[in-house]
Write a protein that binds this ligand. Sequence first.
Ligand SMILES: Nc1nc2c(ncn2[C@@H]2O[C@H](COP(=O)(O)OP(=O)(O)OP(=O)(O)O)[C@@H](O)[C@H]2O)c(=O)[nH]1
Ligand SMILES: [Mg+2]
Length: 296
Amino acid sequence: MSKSGFVAIIGRPSAGKSTLLNTLCKEKVSITSPVPQTTRNKIRGIVTDPRGQIVFLDTPGYHRSDRKFNTYLRRLAESTLEEADAVLYVADLSRPPGPEERDVLALLAQTSLPRICALNKSDLPRTFVDRYRELLGESLPEAAIHLVSAVTSDGLPPLLDALFAPMPEGEAFYDADYYTDQAPEFRIAEIVREKAIARAREELPHAIYVEVADMEMREPEDGREAMLWARVFLNVERDSQKGILVGKGGEQIRDIRLEAQRELNEIFPYRIHLDLRVKVQPKWRSRDPLLRRMVQ
Ligand SMILES: Nc1nc2c(ncn2[C@@H]2O[C@H](COP(=O)(O)OP(=O)(O)OP(=O)(O)O)[C@@H](O)[C@H]2O)c(=O)[nH]1
Ligand SMILES: [Mg+2]
């Protein structure tokens, strides 16, 4: 009988949760960036091997703040624990533990799920391994600790062994060749957002949300391959932010489009053509109906 279960990935913003998920799945499942609070959804990434199947649930970085948007992100991370058979706690070894670690550990102390710790970014020259070992020894004494690097894959095979161990026995949830269950529309919006964040500065990454407004398969002309056309809105909060995203003579938005199309063309079995538009949506981060739809 093989194993199959769900593992929630939890940790503070920028700990490398999504990068680790991508490396474990050997595919780009979840977008990443150096800017905190990149992940805004519960994203499934699937690993299937002879032992069975683990469905990982990537979550937004766990971060205490009274801002409405952050509250939505934090609640999503918390509620993901209810769907999991085990928790993978990811910490960033390159930064000393701070109040955010204590918040995550307090959350994990409340669950009775098996907890496995990945101390990530072990490839970096300066790390705080001893500080993390001390902290975890106090707050999660029974949890297994793994030193890993999501970038070099160091330490990942034993981590995966430790994650399979507590999984229940059962049939796989997904076919073996599935690595995620995201709808094409969501993947398009996320990859456009990743490319926009990579080119944006300072506060802008947090001010962007992306929506696919319209999408259709277009008949190929003169024997060319089929094409998926999508109209995508990049929403920002202010005119000045719109100016930055569009760039001089539209150069910036054109580069975002080309980079996103290049990556999407690798993912989908048909050509992708994006029609990107930048819109101003003042104060979208305080609109409950939008946040309810967006953060899930
Ligand atoms: N050197 C090094 N950098 C890493 C490693 N893992 C992730 N990073 C970098 O850390 C940054 C944050 O990575 P993400 O995977 O987006 O982090 P996250 O925890 O998903 O962040 P949020 O979604 O914002 O909570 C990126 O610049 C990654 O390239 C690692 O093992 N080593
Ligand atoms: Mg992430």
